[in-house]
Design a protein around this ligand. Structure first.
Ligand code: NDP
Length: 293
């Protein structure tokens, strides 16, 4: 075990919140030497009990290993935590959720301090970390060289998907997927609201809803093809004119069920706007162009 630990990359991890704690356990279980720091020191106790080492300060933790992984609340906390640390020669992997602009600025900030930088966007919740086959993964962007060097170590807590040298791309992919998720949750909320006052068991309705969302999800491939070709009429099955004509049915049904249409109306308004521009034979893809500012 001791020999195995020596062969594996030693990791410094800053932040032992719900996510950081899960990352720590995954690396320890896989036999990596781990040095941790957390603003509230009491949180390091369980990591130490499992064989990790707790540093007294972030600077001390950073000094312990070349690979420094950061998983703190937000971008501001990263700046605060690392304010007094010497990052010269360090390989900084920042798994803290941020915006693309914050990630790019943080990469530049790291470069000015002599560190190499890889940004990460975690597509998982803590129980998925360190569980092979859980489906959880992390988007990485920034130094491709760094990603290759630590590929194996980074793959211990979750799958890895590298999306490019631009340090903002991991955050952008992360936020884009989560934004789509909120759209899906919004649609599901409206659907449940429609059936709520009826004698329909939500637990019988849920599998129908889930199956339908899964069946519809591959439509994004056609959207992507149309965006790439610029031809939004390519392969259209249900054109915009027909879909806009159907919207009163949705709004009237909401009215009849005593449900606010507020989650649907913004999207319907965009569909109608696109239709008035003369795009009735297109798919819904043109809405994307209306959203761009
Ligand atoms: P928690 O709220 O559980 O933990 C936050 C961590 O940040 C704690 O270690 C906390 O320290 C530390 N912290 C907060 N402010 C500061 C500061 N000013 N200086 C130093 N340390 C600070 O969050 P999570 O662990 O869940 O999340 C960590 C990151 O992972 C976030 O960016 C989050 O968006 C991302 N993430 C989380 C997911 C989840 O489901 N939990 C899913 C995907 C991404 P202290 O213990 O002292 O409070």
């Amino acid at each position: 075990m001791e020999k195995e630990a020596l062969e594996k990359t030693s990791v410094t991890l800053l932040g032992l919140g719900a996510m950081g704690g899960a990352l720590a356990r995954a690396w320890l279980t896989a036999g990596h030497r781990l040095t941790v720091w957390n603003r509230t020191p009491a949180r390091t106790a369980s990591v130490v009990a499992e064989g990790g080492r707790a540093a007294d300060s972030a600077a001390e933790a950073v000094a312990a290993n070349t690979l420094v992984v950061v998983c703190l609340l937000d971008d501001a906390s990263v700046g605060e935590a690392l304010a007094d640390a010497d990052l010269t020669g360090r390989d900084l992997v920042n798994l803290t959720t941020s915006t693309p602009a914050q990630a790019r600025a943080r990469a530049e900030w790291a470069r000015e301090r002599g560190a190499r930088y890889l940004d990460g966007g975690i597509m998982a919740v803590p129980p998925m970390i360190g569980v092979p086959g859980s489906g959880g993964y992390v988007f990485y962007s920034g130094s491709g060289e760094l990603f290759e060097r630590y590929r194996e170590t980074l793959a211990v807590p979750a799958g890895t998907t590298y999306v490019g040298e631009d340090p903002g791309f991991a955050a952008l992919h992360d936020v884009a997927l989560l934004s789509a998720m909120y759209g899906m949750f919004a649609g599901a909320a409206h659907a449940f609201a429609l059936i709520r006052k009826e004698d329909i068991d939500p637990t019988a309705f849920a599998p129908l809803l889930a199956d339908w969302l899964v069946a519809m999800a591959p439509a994004v491939h056609q959207t992507a093809d149309q965006l790439r070709s610029g031809d939004y009429t390519k392969g259209v099955v249900s054109n915009l004119a027909m879909q806009v004509a159907g919207t009163p049915t949705f709004l009237d049904t909401a009215e009849q069920q005593g449900v606010s249409p507020e989650l649907l109306t913004p999207y319907f308004a965009l569909m109608r706007r696109r239709l008035t521009e003369g795009s009735g034979d297109e798919d819904l893809t043109g809405v994307i162009d209306l959203l761009r500012r």
